[in-house]
Design a protein around this ligand. Sequence first.
Ligand SMILES: NC(=O)CC[C@H](N)C(=O)O
Length: 388
Amino acid sequence: MPTKPESSVKATACLALADGTVFYGHGFGATGETVAELVFNTAMTGYQEIMTDPSYAGQVVTFTFPHVGNVGVNPEDDETGEPVAAGMVVKWDPSEPSNWRATEDLAAWLAKRGRIGIGGIDTRRLTREIRQQGAPHVALAHDPEGKFDIAALVAKARAWSGLVGLDLAKDVTCAQSYRWDETRWAWPEGYGKRTGDGFRVVAIDYGAKRNILRCLASVGCDVTVLPATATAEEVLAHEPEGVFLSNGPGDPAATGDYAVPMIKGVLARDLPLFGICLGHQMLALALGAKTVKMNHGHHGANHPVKDLETGKVEITSMNHGFTVDSQTLPAGVKETHVSLFDGSNCGIRIADRPVFSVQYHPEASPGPQDSFYLFERFAEAMRARRAD
Ligand SMILES: NC(=O)CC[C@H](N)C(=O)O
């Protein structure tokens, strides 16, 4: 049922769910309309990184943490050039930013980039809806005049075909290959630059977050980034010592149409291979496993994951709505990590080969360094191969 605006301030934005539920609030950022899947993210920090994570293409993000926008935005924290999430839903309207790194406020930044925000929403109620009905299809509209055709918005949300079967990696990947040499941020220097001969690594960009590339550079990789549709021949032409498969948006099975043949071609060589999130799902598909859509997915920075080989628990950052069905993993492929929230698969590796991947984001540092060993493991595998 439609809800009333939560405050007496005029509603200038509304969020219509496909089931007819409507939330009214205050618009900020761009005006207009967008149709997407709605997910919730439980992270207390990192809204700029979340909005610019290419894996959120096709999704509007509800932030369960109420204070969003309070540290503004800055040019260093973008995970890619543009915000990629379709829009944002928050409890409190963004306040004036107060942070020494802020160069702009969130609303102006969103407006320039054509992304809609809605504030004044009961995000607890909305999050319960998402958990109960599964990530719903929604239409989000912002009109300073407050004129909304609710029936039309609900119809648009209903008509949207959703993420299943949708290959979005090809939309967010780079158009051309490029080199990456920036390393991780450190106080007081900021980001660094890699120098000297490193491991030749080809990173496939399905929607890569910049901090993943920085982590690779920080463990000594000379990274060449290739577009998502690169073939095995194109990858191998770079004579890589290791291949990396990035995160990315959309349905892994749809992206698998072109990614799986490439990965199979690379697996035929005995190269170290490391995948994160969509890259993990791609590796699993190439090995013959299946992926399935989750009810509402995992999106947050507080997800405990157990490393089944060491028994250690890592606090991880997650952002996925599909999962590898561990029951479908073939013989010779080990499940290495599981979620302690729901037991879902969080990592695999090929027995006796340096080929491994994780569902979570080791570059996102909520632990804060719990999962960095995965980058070191990849570098170590390339070092061992050189020594052979
Ligand atoms: N962060 C990611 O790479 C997400 C992978 C995939 N699009 C999913 O939703 O599961």
